[in-house]
Design a protein around this ligand. Structure first.
Ligand SMILES: Cc1cc2nc3c(=O)[nH]c(=O)nc-3n(C[C@H](O)[C@H](O)[C@H](O)COP(=O)(O)OP(=O)(O)OC[C@H]3O[C@@H](n4cnc5c(N)ncnc54)[C@H](O)[C@@H]3O)c2cc1C
Length: 419
């Protein structure tokens, strides 16, 4: 491992002393650079390649997972690069600099009544680059899908220090391999995202949220299949308990929001009510606009700061078996957040021996049913691997990394299977 002085001396050929600092404690790197131009980023990558310096693309720093272990050399923050978004309202398209925060982008787009369809957590601090690199999403996934459905074009600084574009600013835009899809969720291991072009959506005129309590999650999940059969303008769905349930108590609350034009939405509220009434829901209420804002915030923006937080992907038809297997072992202090339409379940549990045993069982269940588990938070001394279930495509992923970053300068050792 090179000393910060050795690395700092090399960086001085590109950066002023004001653009280089010792990294904050939470970062995996020794130094952080704050380039003022993209040209500096390109030069940095060339320097890193020549001198075997490892780089960590840095956004808002909300998804780091490094516990302050300094195993990489230089974090690269794009936040000081002067940049504006390029918005074409008539085309419903915007190109956004990767270093901008999500909330500032949404605010600017909203002036023309438009939005990026993603609703990730940490909107005030997370950046567009970080959201795409982590494939972050929220309850609106029900209607709009994920980043893979709304990213049209990316510009990436590759391992040769060149800015390369993939895709185009139009829908149905890719000839050949769709490299955008590769960068989404790649955690900065294939290059530094410079800007991203999104397909936009109009902000719905009206949003109404209904909340229904259930005794167990399985019955709530079944309701989703019924909802899909009926033409309702549903935008968001999420089933929560524990820390993610703003209603408190031990029930499982299903939050569903309708969104669209006022005239279309109002009659659909009664329709949705009547469908929920035919399910085993214990109750159902329509939330006021203030309640709805507050509730979705708890559902989507609450992040436990300690313990274990696992994101689990279960094949949808096995969700019932999954719940049957884990339900008897859930105890007080465990929380679940379920995106029923996609089979994604978040589990948070504290740091103790019982929780470790519980997680081992969950991993065993996922191995049997098929699916994946990724820890988004682990206790510092935990013996669990961040990705305990490796995909069978891992050898191909290693080849892709080798082809796109042969010297291993971009965040080596931070991705699935140690990539
Ligand atoms: C405890 C916890 C729970 C979370 N739960 C959820 C959840 O339930 N659902 C969900 O969708 N998301 C979840 N996230 C992820 C969250 O949304 C991300 O924290 C956020 O989107 C990352 O944005 P950021 O700007 O802070 O990136 P950072 O935290 O700075 O970086 C995150 C990753 O993105 C890479 N990166 C950042 N910028 C770039 C760039 N310009 N080019 C290439 N790579 C880049 C980094 O190298 C790093 O690997 C969770 C995160 C945490 C910490």
């Amino acid at each position: 491992m090179k000393s910060p002085e050795t690395i700092g001396n090399k960086l001085k050929s590109i950066f002023s002393t004001k653009e280089i600092s010792l990294s904050e404690e939470a970062l995996p790197t020794q130094l952080t650079v704050y380039p003022s131009t993209i040209g500096q980023v390109c030069e940095l990558v060339k320097l890193a390649r020549k001198n075997q310096i490892t780089l960590f693309p840095l956004g808002g720093g909300t998804h780091l997972f490094s516990y302050g272990k300094k195993f990489l050399d230089v974090s690269v923050s794009l936040k000081r690069i002067p940049s504006d978004l390029d918005h074409s309202p008539a085309d419903l398209v915007a190109t956004v600099p990767a270093g901008m925060t999500f909330s500032s982008v949404q605010e600017q787009l909203s002036k023309n009544g438009q939005m990026i369809s993603l609703d990730p957590p940490h909107t005030n601090s997370s950046t567009i680059g970080g959201i795409i690199a982590t494939n972050s999403f929220g309850p609106r996934r029900y209607r709009y899908g994920t980043a893979r459905d709304c990213v049209l074009e990316t510009t990436l600084i590759n391992s040769k220090g060149l800015a390369v574009k993939s895709g185009a600013k139009t829908v149905k835009n890719v000839s050949g391999y769709d490299l955008n899809k590769l960068y989404i969720g790649s955690l900065g291991t294939l290059g530094i995202l410079k800007d991203i072009t999104f397909k936009l959506f109009p902000i719905p005129e009206k949003r109404v949220t209904l909340a229904a309590d259930f005794k167990n999650p399985d019955k709530a999940v079944k309701l989703t299949a019924d909802l899909r059969k009926i033409p309702l303008d549903i935008e968001s769905t999420c089933i929560t308990n524990g820390v993610w349930n703003p209603s408190g108590g031990t029930n499982w609350t299903y939050f569903i929001s309708l969104a669209g034009g006022e005239k279309a939405i109002t009659p659909q509220i009664d329709r949705l009510f009547s469908i929920i009434k035919t399910s085993p829901a214990l109750n159902c209420t329509t939330l006021s606009s203030a309640e709805s804002n507050r509730f979705w915030k708890v559902v989507n923006q609450t992040y436990p700061k300690d313990g274990n937080n696992a994101k689990i992907t279960v094949i949808k038809k096995y969700l019932k078996s999954f719940f049957n297997s884990i339900f008897p072992h859930l105890t007080q202090g465990y929380s679940l957040k379920i995106f029923p339409d996609s089979g994604i379940v978040y589990i948070h549990c504290p740091e103790d021996d019982d929780a470790s045993e519980f997680i081992k069982n969950v991993i065993g269940t996922i191995r049997t049913l098929g699916g994946y588990l990724e820890f988004e938070l682990l206790p510092r001394e935990s013996t669990f691997e961040r990705w305990p279930i490796l995909p069978s495509s891992l050898p191909w992923m290693k080849k892709i990394k080798m082809a796109l970053d042969p010297e291993g300068i971009f965040a080596p050792g931070t991705f699935v299977g140690g990539i």
